[in-house]
Design a protein around this ligand. Structure first.
Ligand code: HEC
Length: 239
């Protein structure tokens, strides 16, 4: 009987684990939306290396600049390659049909990707590309097998080969083939900033929520004092 229950429990749980990709361990990333410098660096990496293929079509350039404390001139000179109007949505200039022809699948919009895939997943994904001769574009990814995206940051990270899996942690082990222009620590920081930015992108209101919360509490405190004084005033004549 007990074995029967265990088998059933496993049968129920395993599809959930597979769907969530829980069988592939990820590295954890520290997300801090009040770190404005990190968000700005992430935005720069995003427009330089991702926007050529992916859109973030639910975000406008000027909203991003305002949220992240970026001035108009910096926005126009350093962050707007795909458009010239600050009120434009952050769309890629790559036509969807071309993208399908080149990659076999159109690069998905990334505005909400940090909600669909979790921050830890994105952070691990962007550090898990490795050389693979069998893949059409020469790259593969341990977290997203046979992914159609090439390793667009290889000049920064360098290239690596998959050496095997760590039997204890289940995490991949890589050997460096060519050094990139960044050290491993610098590359991790770059990806952390980029992930931080993608988390902001998926829920820009998170930046505001904290300051609104403080206002709400202050308002309630003032209201409490007023209500107390009013109560005293009303009951004055009753006693
Ligand atoms: C050369 C074009 C190209 C560039 C540049 C590019 N990507 Fe991609 N990306 C793709 C394609 C194509 C896919 C779809 C892969 C698939 O489904 O096999 C993809 C998929 C992804 C996914 C997985 C989405 C999902 O949930 O399935 C993420 C996350 C992602 N890209 C992030 C980025 C980031 C961040 C950058 C900038 C550093 C970037 N990409 C730059 C082509 C590109």
């Amino acid at each position: 009987m007990r074995r029967f229950i265990v088998v059933w429990a496993l049968a129920l749980v395993s599809p959930v684990c597979l769907a969530a990709g829980a069988h592939k361990p990820t590295d954890s990333v520290y997300i801090n939306l009040s770190d404005q410098a990190s968000l700005q660096r992430g935005a720069r990496t995003f427009v330089n290396y991702c926007l050529s293929c992916h859109s973030a079509a639910y975000m406008r350039y000027n909203r991003m600049a305002k949220d992240l404390g970026i001035s108009d001139s910096v926005l126009k000179e350093n962050l707007m390659f795909a458009s010239d109007k600050p009120g434009d949505l952050m769309k890629t200039n790559m036509a969807e049909e071309d993208a399908k022809k080149w990659f076999g699948v159109a690069p998905p919009d990334l505005t909400l990707v940090a909600r669909v895939r979790k921050p830890d997943w994105i952070y691990t994904y962007l550090r898990s590309f490795y050389l693979d001769e069998k893949s059409p574009n020469g790259w593969n990814n341990t977290l997203f097998e046979n992914v159609a995206m090439p390793h667009v940051l290889y000049s920064l990270q360098g290239s690596q080969r998959l050496a095997g899996m760590d039997p204890e942690t289940g995490k991949p082990q890589f050997t460096v083939v060519r050094q990139g222009s960044l050290s491993p620590e610098e590359y991790d920081t770059l990806i952390r900033d980029l992930t931080n930015f993608l988390v902001y992108l998926a829920e820009p209101i998170k930046l505001k929520r904290h300051s609104i919360g403080v206002f709400v509490i202050l308002f309630l405190l003032v209201f409490l004092v007023l209500a107390y004084l009013l109560k005293k005033e009303y009951w004055k004549d009753v006693h």
